[in-house]
Design a protein around this ligand. Structure first.
Ligand code: GLN
Length: 497
């Protein structure tokens, strides 16, 4: 992070007592998440929807569709890594966000074209655009504040609100249009939402001043070399993508998702080891890195459950849940409202509780908070085990099961996600902060792929295959939570926030 870029941090009263640039980022992220979650809620339903009927889907099997969902969710967050590199070295963060937003909008509009061929091209564009936008916008949030600025954490909390306001809008609009009118209307609505985001970003980008404007300083010759390599890689990537889209080669989604999961784990592990042993970090930085590695593992496990809201839990809502409210059958995606609505309700309460405990020096340290997040995730799936039990007796079940599940997951999210983002911003070695953000999102990528793989396993045999898979997940959440609690006592460096 470049200190001379922190020109906005002096502006005390801009947006809710924060630098005015936060407003621009807030609205951009809100529209981006509206489009992301709105479209994602339709994805598995569209892929597994019957080929005939008023709103024909693609008729794919659960195993295949869930694997594609996993690859998509994984790629979305993994692409944040090259996206961060491009912004750091070539584009600057501001431009990366702009290009990303435009590409995402194009992706959703492509999906809106009602032919099957548009499907993978649209998904690819959304993935590439999100890679440019998601991590870089989060990095700019951090850059709005100087290192000493106490407002950083609450800045991230406000930013987190925009994510959830956006996803509420997405579920509301896209699920209604997609499920009740036609899938492609829902995809188109996501594109229109992102277009609003693009327009407002262009108009209010000046509020960011020069925060995140320029890439890292380097000699012209070196930059020219990096640009050349980037062009070559882009060319190669486009060749691989277009030949796939043209059907020159095919792949088995399930096998690909499994290998992608191993790949992400190895890449993340190697990167942590590289930073620890070879990056010339000070002892203090190394201790912080160990802490971040623990948070990474917990976060990956957490997202593997959380991201099933649009995979296995969405199918449970469709096939085994009574969705009627006063005689009206609500869109399946509307149940996912529960998460963002609960975030908006509970985020201030959680922030208040942490602040209250902090004053008494009782604030749990980061690993303990993350362990709590996993315990809540485990509890949420225990609720689902009961729901499955009830459904096996007589289906459909009431929607309160899923709502309680999402409530518990949201509480877990609030002990883990905004705090994790701020921790990666604060405790990463300064020279590597952009890449460390990439790593934070790689945890989401691993979680996303796992969500698809586990969701596929859970639904392969209808209701009966769900319980063993959820039971397995509950066990691994609890084991990791326990390990974190034990380690938090062992590692004396465990931080408090
Ligand atoms: N809900 C948060 C967001 O959309 C976090 C998601 C994630 O990192 N997997 O940004």
């Amino acid at each position: 992070m470049n200190n001379e870029q922190n020109t906005n941090s002096e502006t005390t009263h801009g947006f809710l007592g924060h630098p005015i640039g936060l407003k621009t980022l807030f609205l951009t992220e809100m529209w981006e998440r509206m489009s992301y979650y709105g479209m994602r809620a339709l994805l598995v339903l569209y892929m597994t929807g019957a080929l005939t009927g008023f709103n024909p889907g693609l008729g794919w099997s659960q195993l295949e569709a869930q694997a594609i969902y996993g690859i998509y969710s994984g790629m979305i967050y993994f692409m944040v890594v090259p996206g961060g590199w491009l912004a750091d070295n070539i584009l600057g963060h501001q431009k990366a966000v702009l290009y990303g937003a435009i590409i995402i909008a194009l992706g959703h509009f492509t999906l809106a074209i009602p032919v099957q061929q548009s499907f993978f091209l649209g998904l690819t564009l959304v993935v590439l655009g999100t890679g440019l936008l998601k991590g870089n916008i989060s990095t700019i949030v951090g850059q709005l504040y100087s290192d000493e600025d106490e407002r950083r954490e609450s800045g991230y909390t406000i930013f987190y609100m925009s994510i959830n306001i956006g996803s509420t809008l997405g579920f509301l609009i896209c699920s209604y249009l997609g499920e009740k009118i036609g899938w492609h209307w829902g995809f188109g609505a996501a594109g229109i939402g992102m277009t609003f985001g693009v327009i407002q970003y262009i108009y209010s980008k000046n509020l960011l001043g020069n925060v995140g404007l320029r890439p890292n300083d380097m000699e012209d010759g070196r930059r020219a070399k990096l640009v050349l390599w980037t062009k070559l890689s882009l060319f190669l990537m486009l060749a691989v993508i277009s030949s796939g889209l043209l059907g020159i080669y095919t792949f088995d989604p399930r096998g690909f998702a499994e290998n992608f999961y191993y790949f992400l784990t190895v890449v993340a592990g190697t990167y942590f080891l590289y930073l620890y042993f070879l990056a010339g970090l000070t002892d203090g930085e190394k201790k912080n890195l160990v802490l971040l590695a623990l948070l990474f593992i917990a976060a990956a496990a957490f997202w593997s459950g959380f991201d099933q809201s649009a995979s296995s839990l969405s199918i449970f809502a469709r096939d085994y849940t009574d969705l009627s409210v006063s005689g009206y059958i609500i869109p399946i995606g509307w149940l996912q409202f529960a998460n963002p609505v609960f975030v908006v309700i509970f985020a201030p309460i959680f922030a208040g509780v942490w602040a209250h405990l902090g004053k008494r020096n009782l604030n749990p340290n980061l690993p303990v908070k993350f362990a709590l997040g996993l315990i809540l995730m485990a509890l949420s799936f225990i609720v689902m085990l009961f729901a499955v039990g009830v459904a096996l007796e007589s289906s459909p079940v009431g929607m309160e099961w899923l709502i309680i599940t999402y409530l518990l997951q949201t509480w877990g999210e609030l002990t883990l996600s905004p705090i994790g983002l701020a921790a990666f911003s604060r405790y990463s070695p300064k020279r590597y902060v952009g890449q460390m953000f990439g790593l934070w999102f790689t945890a989401s990528a691993i979680g996303g792929v796992l969500a698809g793989l586990l969701g596929g396993d859970a639904l392969e045999g209808g209701l009966t295959s769900i319980s063993p898979v959820f039971g397995f997940m509950i066990k691994y959440y609890l084991i990791i939570a326990l390990a974190l609690i034990v380690l938090s006592f062992v590692i004396k460096t465990a931080k408090k926030t």
